[in-house]
Design a protein around this ligand. Structure first.
Ligand code: HEC
Ligand code: HEC
Ligand code: HEC
Ligand code: HEC
Ligand code: HEC
Length: 450
């Protein structure tokens, strides 16, 4: 390890070089220059790399987003306006490059998605949803470092809205992660769910902010060009969505999603004979990892379901939730009467199920909630009993999740807004901690997950 002062000297030299090479007489990056994430790369290479593969970077390049926005503009005769762009490409909107997002594909990369500049210029949060974030535009990059090393590239400022250890920081993330539709429906509620949970309670041991869970710290790696030996925060922010088109770090992002999903739920499986000779299979699930419900946010588009299979010897005697990789979960509803799903189901005024944001008037929610003082802890155990006539020798269970329902994808393909080749790229993940196998050779009635 090199000493802190050695880095500082090195960094000062690097700064000098960058500025001599690219900034001419002035050492400061202009407001315009700071808006381009490429401008951060030389001094913050890992932040840049992680962000580049994140859904924040992909938010306005995502073909599903572009298809939905285009269809929404058409079906509402433009009434949707800047609604979608304000969160998915906030700098394109605020810089005046786009108003309805239809022109996003022709804009330069520097305008796409949720950029470094946007998050790091936030100076106030004037609400709880629909991106009410105010920008300082003063070239001072806000962050959680109280004693930043001086740089000539930009000013720095410590901000409680950024420092992950304080509850204030969840307002920055949260107010962009809660969506109230133009029709007044509170559709995406991650921030509200977090606020209701024990994680948002001050002075409680379980207190955790959005960034404490989603931006884990990592040691700086000086030889890779980091600024100092302080802890840095991961900017990859894996969730459920993946890049469907050519994009940086696709494999890394996918692996990070699988890791992050691996511990969100726990499950238990109990198999017991009844007096009448049938068998009861009882599955219990609990959300132990998310600081909000699971699924959360775009829960109306997510598909989460439970697969249970029972065998007598080699013979399959019962199954539910056996959804093939190219099959829509919705298509199973009619034939699989035991189907157990989690998520939001959305309807129009007439009670007809709908797929698109702007059509939604009513939400029916079935989510795995996070612990909260207001909820009896028993209610946080979500259970189902399946009674079958046979006596199984082996039972398996697993929870599966798909970032977006194939029924929605099909709807967008049918309306001519989405390329049909993308359908095959929608992933299905298995939550590793929920995979259980029970065998009759075990004397135990119940098998908990790993
Ligand atoms: C010429 C080098 C250089 C460039 C270019 C640069 N930075 Fe920095 N930045 C620094 C240094 C040095 C620090 C101090 C880091 C430390 O103390 O560990 C810093 C700190 C920061 C901080 C932390 C502020 C705080 O107080 O917590 C943020 C946020 C930041 N930079 C964002 C950016 C963004 C966004 C860009 C691109 C628009 C960028 N930087 C471009 C050198 C640079
Ligand atoms: C979605 C919002 C968001 C985006 C986009 C974002 N950052 Fe950050 N960044 C944060 C937050 C929040 C922190 C503070 C974390 C803390 O201190 O708990 C942070 C911290 C930093 C820091 C200080 C060191 C550290 O890791 O704590 C630097 C430097 C930085 N970001 C650079 C960048 C660069 C460069 C980009 C774009 C390539 C970028 N950020 C994109 C939210 C964001
Ligand atoms: C400008 C609004 C905005 C802000 C501020 C913001 N986000 Fe996001 N975030 C988005 C959008 C839009 C997406 C979705 C992109 C997509 O999936 O297509 C997203 C995606 C994510 C995802 C991945 C979701 C998934 O399912 O793949 C995570 C995790 C996340 N954000 C966490 C955070 C955290 C933590 C913060 C605060 C440090 C934050 N966000 C701040 C708008 C924002
Ligand atoms: C206690 C840790 C924790 C806290 C606090 C937390 N999250 Fe999460 N979050 C998770 C876990 C675990 C998941 C599920 C794993 C995954 O999706 O990859 C998740 C998933 C998500 C997703 C993906 C959507 C989905 O359906 O699962 C988003 C977006 C998100 N969180 C945003 C936020 C925001 C915004 C906040 C703060 C208001 C927050 N999270 C607070 C742990 C946390
Ligand atoms: C208030 C900010 C906000 C607004 C407004 C918004 N989004 Fe999002 N969007 C998000 C966030 C945050 C996520 C990530 C949610 C998550 O992972 O749970 C997201 C995710 C998505 C996704 C990917 C996940 C999914 O649902 O399949 C699509 C597509 C999308 N939004 C489309 C749209 C469209 C189209 C509009 C306009 C009708 C829109 N969004 C308006 C913040 C917003």
């Amino acid at each position: 390890m090199k000493s802190g002062s050695a880095f500082r000297a090195e960094r000062a030299l690097a700064t000098l070089c960058i500025c001599l090479c690219s900034c001419g007489a002035s050492f400061d990056l202009s407001d315009e220059a700071l808006r381009d994430p490429e401008a951060c790369k030389s001094c913050h290479p890992q932040h840049f790399e992680q962000w580049s593969g994140s859904m924040h970077a992909y938010a306005s390049t995502d073909p599903v987003f572009l298809a939905m926005n285009a269809r929404g503009q058409r079906e509402t005769n433009g009434a949707l306006g800047d609604f979608c762009v304000r969160c998915h490409a906030p700098m394109a909107l605020r810089g005046g490059a786009s108003s309805d997002g239809l022109d996003l594909p022709s804009l330069p990369a520097s305008q796409q998605g949720v950029t470094c500049y946007f998050c790091h210029q936030v100076s106030a949060v004037a609400g709880s949803h629909n991106n009410p974030l105010a920008l300082a535009r003063d070239r001072h990059m806000r962050g959680g470092i109280e004693d930043p090393i001086a740089t000539n590239a930009h000013g720095t400022a410590y901000s409680t809205l950024h420092a992950g250890a304080g509850l204030d920081s969840s307002r920055l993330c949260g107010s962009c992660h809660d969506v109230v539709t133009p029709a007044g429906v509170f559709l995406e509620r991650t921030f509200a769910e977090w606020k209701r949970s024990n994680f948002s309670r001050e002075q409680v041991v379980s207190q955790l902010t959005c960034s404490e869970c989603h931006m884990p710290t990592r040691a700086a790696e000086p030889d890779r060009g980091n600024i100092s030996d302080r802890d840095l925060h991961d900017h990859g922010m894996p969730g459920l969505d993946v890049a469907l088109t050519d994009f940086p770090r696709r494999d890394a992002q996918r692996a990070a999603i699988e890791r992050s999903l691996a511990t969100v739920l726990v499950s238990q499986l109990c198999v017991s004979p009844t007096q009448s000779g049938s068998t009861k299979i009882v599955v219990t699930l609990e959300n132990i990892g998310a600081g909000h419900s699971f699924p959360s946010g775009a829960a109306h588009d997510r598909r989460v379901w439970v697969e249970v299979k029972a065998y007598a010897g080699d013979k399959l005697v019962f199954e539910t939730g056996a959804v093939g990789d190219s099959e829509a979960v919705a298509a199973k509803r009619a034939s699989d009467t035991d189907l157990w799903t989690f998520g939001d189901r959305v309807f129009d005024d007439a009670g007809k199920p709908v797929h698109m944001f702007w059509d939604v008037r009513r939400v029916q929610s079935a989510l795995l909630q996070a612990p909260s003082a207001g909820i009896n802890s028993q209610l946080l155990h979500y259970g189902r009993t399946f009674e079958i006539p046979e006596t199984p020798t082996r039972v398996t269970v697993r929870v599966r999740v798909r970032p977006i329902g194939l029924d929605i994808i099909d709807d967008l393909i049918d309306s001519g807004d989405l390329d049909k080749a993308l359908r095959a790229l929608i992933p299905t993940f298995t939550l590793r901690s929920t995979e259980i196998e029970w065998r009759d050779t075990s004397t135990r009635l119940c098998a908990p997950s790993a």
